[in-house]
Design a binder for this molecule. Structure first.
Ligand code: AGP
Length: 617
């Protein structure tokens, strides 16, 4: 989904907006644009391509000075990625200018209406329709910009985070949100304000932020308090300014070639940060306020329904195995996009766990709304602090992975599994569904996981060598059993999304029911064959592959000998409890996909056609 940035204040807006767009580029990178007010006129420059292309073009095209500006980096929804469809968009009079993240669903009918009133359109976008609707209302109702935006938005169906300014009133910006995230950075003494899809564009200037809720509009003027209103009925709202704990270092590459590699190597610390203060091994205590305050709701639940998308869904699948094994409660894992429309049976005795790194994924939010409408209790597991899902859930727990900027999720996956495992252990203890010994054994072993992840990372060079052999393979298969079946799915997803190689993950035993037909001497098959968990069965599966000359890349427990004899390549991970093994076996698969993508010269952090947070349907 798109990234939007705005600035109004005493500094030069251009560098702030350009740097802000670079920080938000993981949200969409089909085109980029900027509009500045230089004290007299609006200067606009936009282009197909990346922010770096915009920098080149804007330097040639516009004077770069001005203390008011807006910028946009696009993930195309309506209209192909080209210069005309890039944002910002002018109104017909070129007095108003807008940037927008989201989708206006009823734009076609609005466009027809405006065309009947003489409005013309240069682009295919829904956004250009919105800015002209605002202009029409402003002129027709003779109202101020803030009111015109609000009234126009009452006619709009869809999702949006927007920023608009008017050449005639260069001391104010209007911002509004419905569905798409929007944060306002409040500068010291209100001498400057920042608008952005998340806090990363303004974190180096201020830690004070206001997160707009759905259906809110803000009138932002220098030196004045922000006027926050409800779009639907114009009621005034007192803004809540929260202090963020984010710092610049966290959103920089820190000497790594890619954010993805940095985030893979951050996992030992991220997992430690995720259980710090929650898991007291010596005391045998797990402290999680989100569970403590609602323990009965969990213990008396008929079932747990997990809703999520993509990698978060894979973490949910691991959680199904973990919860059913430890807590002995039925768990269903649902693709949020299917769950929201298939009219599922939900009751007030259900607990719904919504997993989302960004906390903004539209399908997961809709699944939450549906669950709440049916009386279910919603527990959110999110990484982005202050995100919408974290605010819309009844309770929750953050994964403390720190900002995840690489589009391919890595540390969010392992920290999601860590939080979900802590939840299951806590509930199992409370329910008495595991013995004290088992409980303490899992706590002690979980505490050792960060060091074991670091040990797994030490196989990087070996994995790189394997990647060099298979980087040109057109297909890959990933196989795993039990707790590691979801890891096989996740490994396949990682390879698909960053190297564009077709890959499929399967339960190892499922292979005989079809996929085995794909195997020949050119097919690499990644098999998770760690000692604990159906080891013998997996060895037989490997033999079946070998019989068809498939190339076997096996993830094994350190010191394994049997699989080493029958596999073409082995990657060792330290031994641990079967239930915790996904936290280790996923590491080599992350690195394998990373190295293959780098060797194929793919854009690892910003893979084609993808975006970090999918805020539209
Ligand atoms: C994973 O690498 C992808 N970026 C994608 O599948 C992602 O997991 C999915 O879009 C869900 O995002 P969320 O966790 O922010 O809700």
């Amino acid at each position: 989904m798109c990234g939007i940035v705005g600035y109004i204040g005493y500094r030069e807006a251009y560098p702030i907006i350009i740097k802000g767009l670079q920080r938000l580029e993981y949200r969409g990178y089909d085109s980029a644009g900027i509009a500045l007010y230089d004290g007299e006129n609006i200067k606009l420059s936009k282009t197909k391509g990346k922010v770096v292309d915009l920098q080149k073009r804007s330097k040639e095209e516009i004077t770069l000075n001005g203390h008011l500006g807006i910028g946009h980096t696009r993930w195309a929804t309506h209209g192909v990625p080209n210069d005309l469809n890039s944002h910002p968009h002018y109104s017909n009079s070129e007095e108003l200018v807008i940037i927008h993240n989201g989708i206006i669903e009823n734009y076609a009918s609005l466009k027809k209406e405006l065309q009947s009133k003489g409005y013309v359109f240069k682009s295919d976008t829904d956004t250009e329709v919105l800015i002209n609707l605002i202009e029409y209302v402003q002129k027709n109702e003779n109202v101020k910009l803030g009111k015109a935006v609000r009234l126009a938005l009452t006619q709009v169906v869809g999702a949006y985070a927007i920023a608009v300014f008017d050449k005639k009133k260069p001391n104010e910006i209007i911002a509004a949100r419905m569905g798409s995230p929007l944060a306002i950075g409040v500068g010291e003494d209100r001498k400057e304000f920042f608008i952005a899809s998340d806090a990363s564009p303004f974190i180096e200037y201020t830690n004070n932020a206001i997160y707009l809720e759905d259906g809110e509009i803000a009138v932002i003027r220098i030196g004045k308090k922000i006027k926050l209103r409800k779009i639907a009925d114009d009621t005034l709202i007192v803004p809540f300014i929260q202090e963020l704990e984010l710092n610049l270092e966290q959103i920089e590459k820190g000497g790594y070639d890619h954010f993805m590699l940095k985030e893979i190597y951050e996992q030992p610390n991220a997992i430690t940060d995720t259980y710090r203060g929650r898991m007291l091994v010596n005391e045998g205590i797990i402290r999680m306020a989100g569970i403590d305050n609602h323990l009965e709701r969990f213990l008396n639940a008929d079932r747990i329904i997990i809703v999520a998308c993509g990698t978060s869904w894979h973490a949910g699948l691991v959680a199904e195995y973990v919860f059913e094994s430890l807590v002995r409660i039925p768990v269903e894992v649902e693709y949020a996009s299917e769950f929201r429309y298939r009219n599922p049976v939900i009751s007030s005795k259900d607990v719904v766990i919504a997993i989302s790194q960004s906390g903004e994924t539209a399908d997961t939010r809709a699944a939450i709304q549906l669950a709440k409408q049916n009386g279910a209790f919603v527990f959110g597991v999110c990484n982005v602090v202050g995100s919408t899902i974290s605010r819309e859930s009844d309770a929750g727990a953050y994964t403390h992975a720190g900002p995840e900027i690489g589009v391919a999720s890595t540390k969010a996956f392992t920290t999601q599994i860590t939080v979900l495992t802590l939840m299951a252990l806590k509930l199992a203890k409370a329910k008495g569904s595991i013995s004290n010994e088992e409980y303490h054994l899992h706590l002690q072993e979980l505490e050792l996981i960060p060091a074991k992840v670091a040990e797994a990372l030490a196989s990087d060079e070996n994995i790189k060598a394997i990647a060099a052999i298979y980087k040109d393979s057109p297909n890959f298969l990933y196989l795993g059993r039990g707790f590691n079946f979801p890891v096989a799915l996740e490994g396949a997803l990682k390879l698909k999304e960053i190297s564009y190689i077709h890959a499929e993950g399967y339960p190892a035993a499922e292979m005989k029911h079809g996929p085995i037909a794909l195997i020949d001497e050119k097919m690499p098959i990644v098999v998770i064959a760690t000692k604990k968990g159906h080891y013998e069965k997996v060895v037989s599966n490997i033999e079946e592959i070998r019989a068809r000359k498939g190339k076997i890349i096996a993830v094994v427990t350190k010191g394994d000998v049997d699989v080493r004899e029958i596999a073409d390549h082995v990657i060792e991970v330290p031994d641990t409890l079967e239930l915790l093994s996904p936290l280790l076996t996923t590491i080599p698969l992350q690195l394998l996909s990373y190295h293959i993508a780098v060797m194929r010269k793919c854009n690892v952090d910003q893979p084609r056609n993808l975006a970090k947070s999918v805020t539209v349907e």
